[in-house]
Design a protein around this ligand. Structure first.
Ligand code: FRU
Length: 491
């Protein structure tokens, strides 16, 4: 079907239950469907929204267009979990279509306020000439997961921003509410962090833009997100159109972080620890990540694994994208570490300790597993995942723990090709002459690689035939390693 603008924005009621069920039935048979990552029953998933802990459970919502793999009329779909690993999908929670969100309930966040969960999000509105207006809206969710929208905007766009004004992160600090909103300045047409303040969630005061020295961040900032980690303040965001002088990046749009000692909420001044921004994930497909400070004292992060404006092979199957695993954050030496949450171990059926220093690690690993590897220092090799034993059909992890120190992920020969104009490899540098530890999660069409205890993460989608199930090293040189393989069950 051709997705005309009219079709993408027609009300959900235009689709019958039968159409929806037949779409979902087809998607369920896809060989690319993940087993332990949140993915849509049909249609498109993008940003995680409202990541929170409320009423004794973890909550995450995601941006959804349920009827095709296109960015159409967006709603929020709601997922809940007891352990941040097993997620239960409750379906659409926040519907678009009101006066202030007629063309989409766009991204936002959540805060527990009294005994309810308050959702703050962007209402996207288009007029007949397709001019956009953005409203920052609110909604209450009660303990029965029922949502009531507030029928007047909390914040209307100030005169100094363009119609690109969205993705509020609601913060509650010492009894005062703050909203950090992605904005484009009307005069300079540059991306800014807009800061608002309120005592009662109703009256909001414009505090201007966050003042920072992170350089020119491009023409728009999407999904700004502040999280407190080990006495540091981590600012996570998606700068669109950032110059290569400020950040070397291969992806169409990056998702980055900066570490500060403080964001002064009175003056809006960001006190950076370093004046540099760093990619949150060194792989191919992470965007719109959302982190929050949970009542258990930890900071958790979840990402959209997908990028805007890129076609993925499952578009043909009427579904697209998934969320990442939840990651626990820590800051060590002004560097953000991301780790799988401890409850991931509950997915393992059995742990098999691998025989050391073999060419073939696992003959038939399936496509749903965790691989923990410790590669000794001073060697160069190529680890083949999702492989038939040849480099011609594998996801390749080329590493050097010798004089050069690198890890390269090469998805050029694993299966269906996509996004090739943005390159088919991603590389990180490693300390030379040091062992390399990898914690790798493979889930049918997604791979998440945690490097050296979460110091770096590389995430990617790949689309390989089901029979590629081997884990082996390329070539005949003996590679020194130890490790284990865990087959993982569905969530
Ligand atoms: C980021 C984004 C947000 C917006 C949402 C719409 O991927 O463009 O800025 O709120 O997606 O789905």
């Amino acid at each position: 079907m051709t997705w005309t603008r009219e079709k993408r924005y027609q009300p959900y009621s235009a689709y019958s239950e039968i159409i929806k069920q037949s779409l979902e039935k087809k998607v369920a048979t896809s060989i690319y469907k993940p087993g332990f990552h949140i993915s849509p029953a049909s249609g498109l998933l993008n940003d995680p929204n409202g990541f929170s802990y409320y009423n004794g459970q973890w909550h995450v919502f995601y941006q959804a267009f349920p009827f095709g793999a296109v960015h159409g009329l967006k709603s929020w779909v709601h997922c809940i979990s007891d352990d941040l690993v097993h997620w239960h999908n409750l379906g659409i929670a926040l519907q678009p279509g009101g006066q202030f969100d007629s063309h989409g309930a766009y991204s936002g966040s959540a805060q527990v306020i009294d005994d309810q969960l308050f959702l703050m999000y962007t209402g996207n509105v288009r007029d007949n000439d397709w001019h956009r207006s953005s409203f920052q809206l609110g909604a209450w969710m009660n303990k029965h997961n029922e949502i009531t929208k507030i029928n007047a905007p909390l914040i209307t766009a100030p005169k100094h921003v363009t119609d690109h004004f969205r993705d509020p992160q609601l913060l509650k600090i010492n009894g005062t509410y703050y909203a950090l909103i992605g904005a484009q300045d009307k005069q300079s047409l540059r991306g800014e962090f807009s800061l608002y303040r309120s005592d009662n969630l109703k009256d909001w005061q414009d505090m201007g833009y966050v003042q920072h020295e992170l350089g020119d961040l491009g023409y728009m900032i999407e999904c700004p997100n502040l999280v407190y980690v080990n006495d540091k303040v981590v600012l996570i965001f998606c700068p669109q159109g950032i110059s290569k002088d400020n950040l070397q990046v291969a992806n169409i749009y990056p998702n980055v972080y900066a570490i500060g000692s403080e964001l002064d909420l009175e003056t809006g001044k960001w006190q950076a620890e370093q004046q540099t921004i760093v990619q949150l994930d060194d792989g191919f497909d992470v965007y719109a990540s959302q982190a929050f400070n949970a009542p258990d004292g930890n900071a958790y992060l979840i990402s959209w694994v997908g990028l805007p404006e890129i076609e993925y092979p499952t578009d043909q199957e009427n579904w697209a994208h998934c969320l990442s695993l939840v990651k626990q954050l820590k800051v060590v030496n002004n560097q953000l570490y991301q780790l799988p949450v401890p409850a991931m171990s509950t997915l393992a059926d059995a742990e098999e300790i691998l025989s050391e220093n073999q060419q073939q690690l696992v003959a038939d690993a399936g496509q749903q597993y965790e691989l923990k590897l410790n590669l000794a220092a001073n060697q160069t090799g190529n680890l083949l995942l999702v492989s038939d034993g040849t480099t011609a059909h594998s996801l390749q992890l080329k590493f050097d723990t010798n004089d050069e120190g690198y890890l390269i992920v090469d998805r050029s020969n694993v299966g269906e090709k996509f996004a090739t104009s943005y390159g088919e490899t991603r590389q990180i540098l490693l300390n030379t002459h040091q062992a390399l530890t990898l914690d790798i999660f493979i889930d049918h069409s997604i791979c998440e690689i945690f490097i050296n205890g979460g110091e770096k993460v590389m995430t990617l989608r790949f689309f390989a035939p089901q029979q590629q199930t081997m884990i082996a090293f390329a070539g005949q040189n003996t590679i020194k390693y130890s490790g284990s393989y865990l087959s993982l069950s569905n969530m």
